[in-house]
Write a protein that binds this ligand. Structure first.
Ligand SMILES: Nc1ncnc2c1ncn2[C@@H]1O[C@H](COP(=O)(O)OP(=O)(O)OP(=O)(O)O)[C@@H](O)[C@H]1O
Length: 966
């Protein structure tokens, strides 16, 4: 074992052993290609046909590169015309002498070998989808595979061929495109200098980058120029595999205007996704920490994508596409229900060094294709049952070692350096391009200058008009089931009208024609169909109305609002009451709450508010723009009719009492009769409380702050005349606030509480305050209840014992437990205090008795000491004979500069300028008392009296020095 020959053989990894015996392994692979054996019995077998699922999985193998052959690699992948892909996995037994080959069989919709050129690949993958887009459908082509396997290469060819075909079929229809990059968790708009952008969800659930630059293009060359610009800006880096590795997912979506046939609104789209390469541990061996993190994020987003595709392929009811931005953007692929066509092109590298990676890619492609059931049975099926093992014999170790030795010797003689194939590759230059916006901006400027003038102009204009009309329209597009419900409702209406006409004719004695009879029959059918179709939309509408009513009636703090609540309100109520331009950012409840409050306030002057809920409910479907670009959202909010934007508006405002009243009326709220609202000028957020429910208006302050219904008008007139108006201070979360840039600022406080109950919370601060108050009250009540249970005429000890028992039982509420503990502590503290006072009193009495027994002369002398000089503690009547006290360990005495103090104030008290350095127990008068002292006071040993001031207290100075207070 220890000889050099066996070490040469044994001490190699899989890749090296493949290279070492490549002739044997390559010959076995070639044998298969010339005479392929039959596949194992169970291969492939997606659960449903690809047409049903709307998903096709194709494989493309890139050619093996000359440099790979030079390095001793060989081709390990065979693609057969039937869609069969076989990976020849060259292996050595653990004894490293016996060789065998595992032939892994896979079956896919298409298997494109290295002989297939780009045109062939396009023809069998993307061409159909381009035609679908031209017919108003949505489709996606995505490239998936190992880094360096040819994804970008293939996608580039698809870009150009798709662009050509799209324009040849578009026939004058408008084509627009956007191009974004997903890098980690961030989305960047590649047609807008790589600026960051958010994702927005349209009414039909589709997800789009929003706002983002969408450029109209006139021909294929313009489209390709823009795609080229975007791909140049895309983040790439040199990796261990190749020096232009894509580090991000590139998503190019091309929209084609509807052709006017059918409903004329259908806009087709094709999404071309070039995913970042999945990475193997070996690929990133040379990566730095950032690259590895990046790789981890890439792999996690790819894992999410695979999960979603697999769930879709398995026909799962729920696909968790929200887990990742990539899957959000590609939502259509998973929830399109077969209407959205998807083609996954999995690219593989044929090199023997990439065998494991290619196997991995193909296994995942199988899973995406719905073959087997993912991790459970399917995993085993993919790993074991599709393998054919071919034994390739054993190597002659001794002969091999001799050959190598001889080769090395001859190379040495010839002065040839050792084989460089095993030498470590040089470290790649990390991150050549990244999401550094300044760098990208510079590159973008350079690339834009190189564009054709027409394309450059279109791009610049698109950047200026951020969030085009088409984008907005797209975001308001209704889901197909709602569109179907609408159509069914219309058909039902028409049928009902026809039936009514037939009845009228029958009554008037005219013979009912057969066709009219048929119309009657139709009505029943159409109505029931439409009823079925609209029932789900109607129930959502009802819920939305109910939620809106609840919001108007109870305010924002009344419940925990969810995204779905706002989604419903946004879909069904907002467009109806505030017009199609208004919308809520329902994905962010906190923002949506503010927006809803603002809208409810701003609706004062909106005629739309007058539409009653009954009217609204009569409408089966309401269109809405769910999310407008922030710029347009800003624009749209400023475009909202200002409540006092005109004198007519003002009058109406005053007449109608409040926008919220109008909104409430529109929402069908029961409005109690109430006095006209008071409009009060104020300077801040404080809002007058009225005894009756109803909205309160406050406007910017008038000079005198008078309460007047004229205030908004005055403020408005003043503004109109250019008189500067003070601004109302803005609270973090204002009560309902309304007013555009030109209108008077209104703060609307909403309260539709029951009459006599006062006002409910109108902002979340108020709500928090009242919640805190209620909690505190509950706590106190609970405490009082707990205390009254046993307190009665108990002694302190009994009470303390009772409290301890109660706490130990653990049966009281948390609030009560806190109160009980406090009570227990205060009782204990009182007990300790009383003990100390009693002890001090006893000590004072004892000293008084001792003083009484002292010689009269001493008492007289002591009595002669001026009060204020020897202001020591003790019985005043005994004149400075009281015992001095000190607190052990604190260095505190009642001596020092006591002379400057006043009269003694009772037993064991020290007054005057107490120069102890510990002020904890001194009160404001410089007096500290026994009650305040945490430590028991002890008589100062051996010193009973003091005379005079500081100078007359040598023991005190000694003590102070000793204690470090000198
Ligand atoms: N079918 C092919 N024919 C010829 N060359 C190819 C083919 N596929 C890929 N290549 C070449 O392989 C190299 C790597 O390809 P490409 O950049 O497309 O890989 P990739 O999968 O996109 O990698 P990454 O995910 O790291 O970006 C390129 O130089 C490309 O020209």
């Amino acid at each position: 074992m220890g000889n050099a020959e066996s070490q040469i053989v044994r001490n190699v990894d899989k890749r090296t052993s493949r290279r070492d015996h490549r002739l044997i392994f390559a010959a076995a692979a070639q044998r298969f290609r010339t005479a392929p054996f039959a596949p194992p019995l169970v291969v492939g077998g997606a659960s449903a046909s690809s047409a049903e699922r709307g998903l096709r999985v194709c494989i493309r193998k890139r050619p093996i590169f000359p440099h790979e052959l030079e390095q001793g690699e060989f081709d390990v992948i065979s693609c057969l015309a039937t869609g069969r892909v076989v990976v020849h996995d060259a292996r050595m037994h653990p004894d490293m002498t016996n060789m065998y080959m595992n032939h892994y069989d896979f079956a896919f919709d298409e298997a494109l070998g290295d002989a297939a050129d780009n045109a062939a690949v396009y023809a069998v993958t993307a061409r159909d989808l381009v035609f679908s887009a031209l017919q108003g459908q949505n489709s996606t082509v995505m490239m998936y595979g190992q880094t360096g396997s040819g994804k970008t290469f293939t996608m580039r060819s698809i870009y150009s061929q798709a662009a050509e075909e799209l324009f040849s079929g578009a026939a004058g229809r408008q084509v627009t495109t956007y191009f974004v990059e997903l890098l980690g968790d961030n989305c960047f708009d590649m047609l807008n200098q790589g600026m960051s952008c958010q994702l927005g969800t349209a009414a039909d659930g589709s997800v789009h980058p929003n706002p983002c630059v969408e450029v109209p293009v006139q021909d294929a060359s313009e489209l390709l120029a823009l795609i080229d610009l975007a791909t140049k800006l895309r983040a790439t880096a040199a990796t261990g595999v190749h020096d232009q590795s894509s580090r991000s997912h590139a998503i190019c979506r091309i929209f084609v205007e509807g052709d006017g046939a059918g409903d004329g609104e259908a806009e087709g789209s094709i999404t071309l996704v070039d995913l970042a390469g999945s990475e193997h541990r070996i690929d990133n061996a040379e990566h730095n920490a950032d690259r590895r993190k990046e790789g981890a994020k890439i792999n996690s987003s790819l894992a999410a994508l695979k999960d979603c595709i697999r769930a879709t392929a398995a026909g799962a009811k729920f696909v968790n596409f929200r887990q990742n931005r990539l899957t959000q953007l590609l939502r259509g692929c998973f929830v399109g229900g077969g209407r959205h066509k998807t083609v996954v092109i999995a690219t593989v590298s044929p090199s023997s060094k990439d065998t494991e990676h290619s196997l991995n890619t193909l296994r995942h492609a199988c899973i995406m294709d719905g073959q087997g059931d993912g991790k459970s049975a399917g995993g085993a099926f993919l790993a074991e049952k599709n393998v054919t093992k071919e034994v390739l014999g054993s190597i002659n170790v001794t002969q091999l070692a001799r050959d190598r030795k001889a080769k090395r010797a001859s190379e040495k003689e010839a002065g040839i350096l050792p084989d460089s194939s095993n030498t470590k590759p040089s470290k790649p230059a990390h991150q050549t391009k990244e999401s550094n916006t300044s760098m990208r901006a510079a590159l973008d400027r350079k690339c834009v200058r190189l564009l054709e003038p027409a394309v450059g102009k279109a791009l610049v204009e698109a950047r200026a008009a951020w969030g085009t009309l088409r984008q907005r329209k797209r975001l308001t597009r209704l889901p197909p089931d709602v569109v179907a419900a609408n159509a069914a409702a219309e058909a039902a209406e028409e049928a009902a009208e026809a039936a009514a006409r037939a009845k009228l004719a029958a009554k008037s004695g005219l013979a009912v024609s057969e066709s009219e009879k048929a119309a009657e029959l139709l009505v029943a059918g159409a109505v029931s169909e439409s009823h079925k179709a609209t029932s789900s939309a109607a129930s959502e509408q009802d819920k939305a109305m109910e939620l809106f009513r609840y919001f108007c009636a109870n305010g924002r703090a009344s419940r925990e609002w969810r995204k779905n609540d706002f989604r419903l309100i946004n879909t069904f109520v907002v467009p109806l009451l505030y017009g199609p331009e208004a919308s809520l950012d329902w994905a962010h409840p906190a923002v949506a709450l503010d927006e809803l409050e603002r809208l409810v306030g701003a609706g004062a002057d909106a005629d739309a508010v007058k539409i009653s809920v009954s009217e609204a409910e009569a409408r089966p479907v309401v269109t809405r723009p769910p999310l407008l670009p922030s710029s347009s959202r800003r624009a749209s909010s400023s475009e909202l009719p200002s409540p006092v934007g005109s004198s007519a508006g003002l009058e109406r405002l005053q007449e109608e009492a409040s926008p919220l009243a109008a909104a409430a009326a529109a929402a069908g709220l029961p409005m109690p009769s109430r006095p006209p609202p008071r409009v009060r000028a104020s300077t801040g957020d404080a809002v007058a409380r009225r005894p009756l429910p109803g909205p309160t208006f406050t406007t910017d302050a008038d000079a005198d702050g008078a309460i007047a219904s004229e205030a908004p008008a005055a403020a408005f007139r003043a503004r109109a005349q250019g008189v500067p108006q003070p601004r109302a201070s803005r609270s973090a979360s204002p009560s309902v606030r309304a007013g555009g840039t030109g209108g008077a600022r209104l703060q609307l406080e909403m309260d539709f509480g029951q009459q006599g109950q006062g006002y409910g919370p109108t902002s979340h601060q108020n709500a928090n305050r009242s919640r805190r108050e209620a909690l505190e009250q509950a706590r106190q009540e609970s405490l009082a209840k707990a205390l009254t249970k046993k307190a009665g005429s108990q002694t302190r000890e009994e009470e303390m014992q009772g409290l301890e028992e109660q706490l130990a039982s653990g049966q009281c509420s948390a609030a009560a437990a806190v109160g009980l503990k406090k009570r227990l502590q205060s009782l204990k503290a009182t007990a300790i205090r009383e003990e100390r006072v009693a002890a001090a009193r006893a000590a004072a009495a004892a000293s008084a008795r001792a003083a009484a027994a002292a010689p009269v002369a001493a008492r007289v002398a002591a009595a002669a000491t001026p009060v204020g000089e020897a202001a020591s503690a003790g019985d005043q009547g005994t004149g400075g004979t009281g015992a001095g006290y000190w607190r052990p360990g604190t260095g505190v005495s009642n001596a020092g500069s006591m002379g400057s103090g006043g009269a003694a104030v009772g037993p064991a008290s020290c007054c005057g300028n107490n120069n102890n350095n510990n002020n904890n127990n001194t009160n404001n008068n410089g007096v500290w008392s026994v009650e305040d002292a945490p430590l028991p006071l002890q008589p100062l040993p051996g010193r009973r009296s003091v005379a005079g001031g500081a100078a007359a207290a040598p023991w005190a100075n000694e003590f102070s020095e000793a204690a470090g207070y000198g």
